[in-house]
Design a protein. Structure first.
Length: 251
C-alpha cells in the first residue's frame, strides 16, 4: 500500500502491526553522468517493486528525497539538510508514525550518508520509549540485505560505490534518457584512507569528478538483474518484519 494514496480513515483502520516503510534517499551529485535524483530513483524503484509484491501487508511512505549530503556540496545542484536538522526531520517522521499507533518502522535507506544519522535517530527513539517491548525500529540499506549478487550477475564488479557500475546500470535500465556519457568516465578508487579507521571526508578528497567506481562497465541488463535481487531481498526482509511475534529480540 502507498500512504500517499490512502485516506485518513483507511490508514486509521489498518492493523497497528502493519510495518511502515519510510524510504529515505538524497538529491546529490552523482558524477558527471548521472542525475542528482539517482538515489531517490533507485530506492523508489526497489520500494515500488516490493510494494507490488506485498500488497496489503506493508505501508510505504513516499521517498524522502532530502538527505544527509553535505559531503557532496562542492558539486552544483546538491541539496542537503544540515546534519542536525536531518536528525530532527527523521525523528519527527518516526514520531508521526508512532503517534498513529504503528509499531514496526523501517527506514529503507537509499543513500550511504543517511545510515549513521538514521541509526542514531532510531537509537534515540528507542531510548525515549524504553518501557515498551512492542516496538521494532529498523534501518535497512536496500543494497545490503542479502548476499553479494556479483557472482550471479555476469560482468558485475564486487561492490556498490557511488555513481559506480551498479548505480549507473540501474539508471540505464530505469531512466536511460537521463544517463550521460558514462563510457567516457574514468575509474575512480576509494583507496585506503587509514582503514580500518573511519576517516572524515568530502567527495573532492576522493574524486574530483564526484564518482567512486567504474561506471564505464555499466549495462542495462546488469541494472535489471540488480533491481530483481534488491527487490527480492527487501521483500524477504519485510516478510521477516511482518512475521515478528511482537515481543522477541530475535526475528
Ligand atoms: Zn547513489
Amino acid at each position: 500500500m502507498q500512504l500517499s494514496e490512502l485516506s485518513w480513515p483507511a490508514v486509521h483502520k489498518l492493523p497497528p502491526d502493519t510495518p511502515v516503510v519510510l524510504p529515505i534517499a538524497a538529491l546529490e551529485q552523482h558524477g558527471p553522468h548521472l542525475p542528482l535524483y539517482t538515489d531517490s530513483f533507485l530506492v523508489g524503484e526497489v520500494a515500488r517493486r516490493a510494494n507490488e509484491e506485498l500488497g496489503e501487508l506493508v505501508l510505504f511512505a513516499p521517498v524522502m528525497w532530502l538527505g544527509n549530503s553535505h559531503h557532496h556540496l562542492d558539486f552544483a545542484g546538491t541539496m542537503t539538510a544540515a546534519p542536525g536538522a536531518y536528525l530532527e526531520m527523521l525523528r519527527t517522521m518516526v514520531d508521526c508514525v508512532l503517534a498513529h499507533g504503528f509499531k514496526r518502522i523501517v527506514l529503507l535507506n537509499g543513500h550511504g550518508g543517511n545510515s549513521v544519522p538514521g541509526q542514531q535517530v532510531l537509537y534515540e527513539v528507542r531510548q525515549a520509549h524504553r518501557e515498551r517491548k512492542d516496538l521494532l525500529l529498523l534501518l535497512a540499506n536496500y543494497w545490503a540485505l542479502g548476499s553479494d549478487p556479483s557472482p550471479s550477475i555476469p560482468g558485475l564488479k564486487h561492490k556498490i560505490e557511488h555513481a559506480c557500475q551498479w548505480e549507473t546500470s540501474m539508471m540505464l535500465w530505469l531512466r536511460p534518457d537521463l544517463v550521460g556519457d558514462f563510457r567516457a568516465v574514468e575509474k575512480a578508487e576509494w583507496g585506503n584512507p587509514f582503514q580500518p579507521a573511519s576517516r572524515a571526508w568530502t567527495m573532492p578528497d576522493v574524486s574530483p569528478q564526484g564518482h567512486v567506481g567504474d561506471p564505464a562497465l555499466a549495462t542495462p541488463e546488469i541494472g535489471e538483474a540488480l533491481f530483481r535481487v534488491f527487490a527480492a531481498d527487501v521483500v524477504a526482509f519485510l516478510r521477516r518484519v511482518t512475521g515478528w511475534d511482537g515481543r522477541s529480540w530475535n526475528g
